[in-house]
Design a protein. Structure first.
Length: 285
């Protein structure tokens, strides 16, 4: 996928507002110039600093960026499609998705928020029992860019514990809230004995209420034939701000596309499938 700028570059859910300044800051790049005995042209200093800040920002938020470690962001074949859902579980929406997936023999990956998993352990169990994969989306939907190493560790661990308390196996895959990564995250993923970080190749701006037709039109860009790899699509079954978020447009749009994708011969895969995880270091376009 192309680097910035791209219409696919975006934020999952609402933009973060909290600015817990705990060390690394993608916005740091402004140089204070001190010069003894004269006026110094600041631009030779400011421009590299600005470029460095730009690269760091791209590394933190670009779905295809691997500056801060490898990520999974597409499937290995255009015949496979990985549907992923963030910000659940959501008792208002997730059960409807599970029924829809059963109808079309589709499997998906759900990146759960730990505090919601603790509130709905039965639903967590149900997602897993019906053949879907559970992933870690932190405990509180924290913006990890501004978290300390200890903060990242706690966010990952508490979500792992919440999912494990509802079922037996803690998640192996993680998606950072808003897609934001920091230089510390990759090491903490490995320390937590998790497999890796999952980004996406297709984002559909589905986190706000909207007519289903709008999302149906955006999803038409997913799973197009003739490309060297398949899409990882990010959607939302929950709202990170509260349980019960309205995502009926997501259910309706998938009700439209699932039979069409199935009839087109697409295979629905979860992130732990070799068809996905082997693609992590595949040549990219
Ligand atoms: Zn999220």
């Amino acid at each position: 996928m192309a680097a910035l700028p791209s219409p696919e570059i975006g934020f999952i859910g609402e933009r973060p507002t909290a600015r817990e300044n705990t060390g690394w800051n993608a916005g740091q790049g402004r140089a204070k110039i001190n010069c003894i005995g004269g006026v110094l042209n600041p631009w030779p200093f400011i421009l590299p600093a600005t470029a460095a800040a730009g690269i760091a920002t791209w590394g933190a938020v670009g779905p295809s960026a691997e500056l801060f470690g490898p990520t999974v962001r597409h499937t290995a074949s255009a015949k496979t499609l990985a549907l992923t859902f963030d910000d659940g579980p959501n008792p208002a929406v997730t059960p409807r998705l599970l029924d829809l997936f059963d109808r079309y023999s589709a499997r998906a990956t759900f990146f759960l928020i730990g505090k919601f998993a603790r509130a709905c352990p039965d639903l967590v169990r149900e997602i897993s029992a019906r053949g879907h994969l559970l992933g870690n989306h932190t405990d509180t939907h924290a913006n990890l860019i501004f978290q300390s190493r200890a903060g990242i560790r706690e966010e990952l661990a508490r979500c792992q514990e919440a999912v494990a308390a509802a079922r037996s196996d803690p998640p192996r895959w993680m998606r950072p809230p808003y897609g934001y990564r920091s230089p510390l995250l990759d090491g903490e993923i490995r320390r937590a004995d998790m497999q890796g970080i999952v980004m996406w190749s297709r984002i559909c701006w589905d986190w706000k209420p909207q007519p289903p037709e709008r999302l149906i039109a955006r999803l038409a860009r997913a799973a197009r034939p003739g490309r060297p790899h398949g899409d990882i699509v990010v959607l939302h079954d929950g709202d990170h701000r509260a349980l019960g978020g309205d995502r009926h447009h997501v259910v309706a749009a998938l009700g439209h596309w699932l039979p069409r994708w199935r009839d087109a011969g697409l295979e629905f895969v979860t992130i732990d499938s070799p068809a996905v995880s082997d693609s992590a270091r595949a040549p990219r376009i």
